[in-house]
Design a binder for this molecule. Structure first.
Ligand SMILES: Cc1cc2nc3c(=O)[nH]c(=O)nc-3n(C[C@H](O)[C@H](O)[C@H](O)COP(=O)(O)OP(=O)(O)OC[C@H]3O[C@@H](n4cnc5c(N)ncnc54)[C@H](O)[C@@H]3O)c2cc1C
Length: 319
């Protein structure tokens, strides 16, 4: 029996929602392979966040902290994960697909001499997995034949983990040589927003080129505020500089699956659909009845957004 290690990313002392989906993947892999699930949390706040993932039946919840992990660095996180892999002699490592896991896990896979499957959407058996290709137009079934395996997991495809026996939390000391790191943290300019974070939001209002510019995009912001929703955007709106790039939804942006996704003035190019078609209810507002977004929409409104959105706002105000 081998060990599975799930890297649980956290923010402000809480596990990220996407990381919980990675735990679910770990539970499913443990069930299909007979291997043992373990979790690891890294860096400041890890110990607090660890308490919140104690009830999912993992054999151990490891916490790795060190002054060198105070700010994110690829090499620091890689050293911490490598230490946890060695401590457990883990043969499988998984994390939710994120900027961090995309940065660190391929490097870890090289160190472990592991086969890697990215953006896994389903566990078929202990070594067979499903993952999307070509902007989600093809679902590939891949088999990892290596003894050691590394995965990133598409969080929108896995539900919350099921409750399990309580896990002991163990602090793990890992050797760290920050003086040899090739990149050093300089500063972080975080965007502060009152709105929910895009990948964790239950509702998203997304705007596209049809909003015609930053002035028109304000309608999207007003609708998002009225519904307590996060804001998303098509790549066209981001590339035009109307909104920041971190709002981009799609193949080269964020993958989201909220309960409600309202796309306004977005045509529904396949690269955009790749990032949102898993949403539970999709609403499209577009003046072109032939717009491809209507093919995936549960509710479609063929209308000029500059008329329809103010009317919607008025109706919401009236309750
Ligand atoms: C490799 C690659 C990766 C990509 N990755 C992404 C990605 O991650 N995310 C992404 O979004 N795109 C991505 N794209 C770009 C994608 O192909 C499209 O170009 C882009 O999604 C179009 O954005 P849009 O729908 O806002 O604009 P358009 O396609 O121009 O559509 C604008 C829509 O607004 C409607 N409209 C105009 N005026 C109004 C009005 N007054 N009222 C109502 N509707 C109106 C129009 O009918 C039209 O359907 C990628 C492309 C490539 C090649």
């Amino acid at each position: 029996m081998s060990n599975i290690l799930v890297f649980v990313e956290h923010s402000q002392d809480k596990p990220k929602k996407a990381a919980l989906a990675a735990i679910t993947f770990g539970q499913q892999l443990a069930q299909k392979s007979g291997d043992t699930l373990n979790l690891v949390l890294i860096g400041p706040g890890a110990a607090d966040a660890a308490h919140q993932v104690q009830g999912f039946g993992a054999a151990k919840v490891l916490v790795v902290d060190h002054p060198a992990l105070a700010s994110y660095s690829t090499e620091g996180t890689l050293a911490a994960l490598t230490g946890a892999v060695k401590a457990l002699d883990a043969s499988s490592v998984a994390a939710a697909s994120s900027s961090t896991s995309k940065d660190v896990l391929p490097r870890l896979a090289v160190r472990m001499n592991a086969g890697m499957a990215s953006e896994v959407t389903a566990v078929v058996d202990a070594k067979t997995f499903k993952r999307p290709m070509w902007a989600g137009n093809v679902v590939a079934t891949v088999e990892l034949t290596s003894t050691t395996k590394v995965f990133t997991v598409r969080a929108t495809e896995f539900a919350a983990p099921s409750a399990g026996s309580a896990s002991p939390i163990e602090a793990l000391a890992v050797e760290m040589h920050p003086e040899s790191f090739k990149a050093k943290f300089v500063s972080l300019k975080a965007v502060k927003s009152e709105r929910p974070e895009l990948t964790a939001a239950n509702r998203i209002i997304a705007g596209g080129r049809g909003t015609k510019g930053p002035e028109g995009f304000k309608l999207i912001e007003q609708l998002a505020d009225a519904l307590g929703a996060a804001i998303g955007a098509s790549r066209a709106a981001c590339d035009a500089g109307w909104v920041p790039n971190d709002l981009q939804v799609g193949q080269t942006g964020k993958i989201v699956a909220p309960d409600l996704y309202i796309g306004v003035g977005i045509s529904g190019a396949i690269q955009h659909l790749a990032g949102m078609k898993g949403s539970k209810v999709i609403v499209a507002i577009n003046k072109d009845p032939e717009a491809p977004i209507f093919q995936v929409a549960d509710y479609g409104l063929v209308a000029d957004l500059f008329k329809a959105v103010p009317e919607l706002l008025e109706a919401l105000k009236k309750g």
